[in-house]
Write a protein that binds this ligand. Structure first.
Ligand SMILES: Nc1ncnc2c1ncn2[C@@H]1O[C@H](COP(=O)(O)OP(=O)(O)OP(=O)(O)O)[C@@H](O)[C@H]1O
Ligand SMILES: [Mg+2]
Length: 153
């Protein structure tokens, strides 16, 4: 519907695929020539999966302060592209970081913010090479409270 602001949520995990998803989300947000600007919510879920990002932490050698610093670097990197593109295109952006299980948290946030469309990568940071879907995207699709746009790797 023209003139109605749409709420688009993009799930980022710092992978190249989620950066592709960010580009698509921005493109979708720019598509509508309405009175109001669409809004993008970018969400990163801090799961107990730092091992996806850094082998050092698997071995348990990092101190608490180091871990927090590493998380901050990961978050800065994960949100880099969406922050840049949203600023360039003047799209309202809300950054959300939560702790929890990724798929359930993403779907919960989509429901909570009354999101119109979720944008997600087919795969992400996981090391395992899959045919199409990672475990997070598969579960998001299954339980999402709205439509899901899956961006292929
Ligand atoms: N922790 C997360 N926070 C936000 N979005 C995420 C998170 N993990 C994954 N995603 C989103 O889901 C997409 C698919 O990632 P997924 O984790 O399903 O695949 P994978 O990492 O290749 O496989 P797996 O994690 O099952 O080993 C990512 O491109 C991203 O959009
Ligand atoms: Mg993953």
């Amino acid at each position: 519907m023209l003139g109605v602001r749409r709420k688009i949520m993009v799930a980022v995990d710092g992978s190249a695929v989620s950066d592709k998803a960010v580009h698509e989300a921005v493109w979708l947000a720019c598509c509508q020539d309405g009175k109001f600007k669409n809004k993008i919510f970018a969400v990163f879920v801090k799961a107990d999966r730092l091992r996806d990002y850094d082998d050092m932490f698997v071995k348990g050698v990092a101190a608490e302060g180091e871990i927090n610093e590493r998380w901050q670097q990961i978050l800065d990197h994960a949100f880099l592209v969406i922050k840049k593109l949203a600023a360039e295109k003047d799209i309202p952006l809300e950054i959300i970081v939560v702790e929890g299980e990724p798929a359930a948290s993403i779907n919960h946030l989509a429901h909570k913010h009354d999101i119109d469309l979720l944008v997600i990568g087919s795969t992400g940071k996981g090391a395992m090479k899959r045919a199409f879907l990672g475990s997070v995207s598969a579960e998001v699709i299954e339980h999402a409270p709205c439509g899901v746009y899956v961006v292929r790797a």
